[in-house]
Design a protein around this ligand. Structure first.
Ligand code: C2E
Ligand code: CA
Ligand code: CA
Length: 400
């Protein structure tokens, strides 16, 4: 089986509601919207997905008609996974594709387990899928994919994993307010692997905990060095991404405290980025962990805000101080009045709750101006600066 790359232009339909389909896709780059047809003949937007997300995966599980329409809202490169891929038990597959398949299978293992816990008879297809999983696990290319992920630890030691930093700008003053740390992995044989693929695979293997700890330590040390070069008075912050796996670790808060004191930064210079999904998945544990972090002065940001399915009531339940407006709203707000109203509402909501707002994915001057006019204080995106290495982020911050 060959790795099957598909390209869709912005506006193309990838999956049509009602059609039968035999492929799932992983988004390597670009963004899609998911809509469902309403009873009145209209369409209802149910969400958007970006790099690393899996779409249409039920087709490879149950061959039933598609339940939603998925359209490219920007040019997309997709990795196609067909039913045949599964039938051939991913023999000879590209290891990166295998890695992605391992992630999907792990997700369905969860679905299967949950179905059994709540007493629903698991569907026969899931049963056969479970057997399939065992076969996949013994498949050599799948093992190679696992090996790639296990190489990650080695790569960490050898410096093949690095962090890039994307400046987060104060839209009012035009100055750098802080940075988001984003992981980069150049595998010695496979080359660049997108974090959209390797982060979920690290989560699946449990290695994410070590990776996150490394990223936290590395990025806070970098912040200290950057401050030394650009001046301490700017009081810059570092925003670090965490997953639910990190939050499940008992020693999470302790290790964060330790890293802060070892790197000698102020606790309020660290922002923890988490998604709505993490909060929904383990609300009690998350609330407790976040409260301890917030009490210590650490900032808590909700990443990709507006793309989850959750209700807004959770915003009260957790000590959140920043909302990051997802890129999909920013990129559509000038073309689509509804999106503009969404951005306006999110800004209003955040402000009413006393939160800071960061708009993601600003690509044009007009978007930056419009967001500033709407009252959004902070923003990041290619218009200002893409994620770059430490030297270049110092230069950018100094205006060189
Ligand atoms: P994210 O946290 O939403 O990160 C923002 C992503 O948007 C980054 O992609 C960044 O390069 C991209 N981006 C920033 N500005 C623009 C723009 O103007 N236009 C466009 N088109 N894209 C923009 P990246 O670095 O590929 O990371 C993808 C995702 O992988 C991240 O999404 C995050 O969920 C995950 N990730 C990356 N590094 C880490 C990490 O250290 N830990 C964890 N847990 N996740 C990470
Ligand atoms: Ca983020
Ligand atoms: Ca984001």
């Amino acid at each position: 089986m060959q790795k099957n790359q598909r390209f869709f232009s912005a506006g193309d339909t990838i999956i049509r509601q009602g059609d039968t389909g035999t492929s799932a896709y992983i988004i390597e780059s670009g963004r899609v919207e998911i809509v469902i047809e309403t009873d009145y003949g209209g369409e209802q937007l149910v969400g958007t997905r970006g790099a690393g997300a899996m779409i249409g995966e039920m087709a490879i599980i149950d061959r039933a008609p598609r339940t939603a329409t998925i359209r490219a809202i920007e040019n997309c490169n997709l990795l196609e996974i067909t039913q045949d891929n599964f039938d051939q038990r991913i023999k000879n597959a590209d290891p990166v594709l295998c890695m992605a398949i391992q992630v999907i299978l792990a997700r369905y293992r969860d679905v299967l387990k949950r179905a059994q816990v709540i007493g629903e008879p698991p569907r026969s297809v899931l049963d056969s899928e479970a057997q399939e999983m065992n076969m996949v696990n013994s498949d050599s290319s799948a093992l190679e994919a696992l090996k790639i992920i296990n190489d990650f630890e080695n790569s960490l030691d050898k410096g093949e994993v690095s962090l890039n930093y994307q400046p987060i700008m104060n839209l009012e003053t035009g100055k750098v307010a802080g940075y988001e740390a984003l992981m980069r992995w150049i595998h010695p044989e496979r080359g660049f692997i997108s974090p959209g693929i390797f982060i979920p695979a690290l989560e699946d293997s449990g290695l994410i905990v070590k990776a996150s700890q490394w990223a936290l330590n590395e990025s806070l040390q970098a912040l200290k060095r950057i401050e030394g070069k650009v001046g301490y008075e700017s009081h810059l912050f570092m925003s670090v991404n965490f997953t639910s796996h990190d939050f499940s670790e008992d020693g999470f808060v302790d290790s964060v405290y330790e890293t802060i004191s070892a790197t000698d930064i102020q606790p309020n210079q660290l922002h923890i980025e988490i998604t709505e999904r993490l909060l929904m998945g383990q609300p009690d544990k998350a609330a407790e962990t976040l409260k301890m972090c917030r009490n210590a002065g650490i900032g808590i940001s909700i990443d990709d805000f507006g793309t989850g399915y959750s209700s807004l009531s959770y915003l009260h339940a957790f000590p959140i101080d920043t909302l990051k407006i997802d890129r999909s709203f920013v990129m559509e707000m000038e073309k689509d009045d509804k999106m503009l109203e969404m951005v306006r509402s999110i800004i209003g909501l955040g402000k009413n709750l006393g939160m800071k707002l960061i708009a993601e994915g600003i690509e044009t001057e007009n978007e930056a101006k419009l967001l500033k006019k709407l009252g959004c204080e902070y923003g990041q995106g290619y218009y200002f600066c893409p994620p770059v290495d430490e030297n270049n982020v110092v230069k950018y911050t100094k205006g060189e």
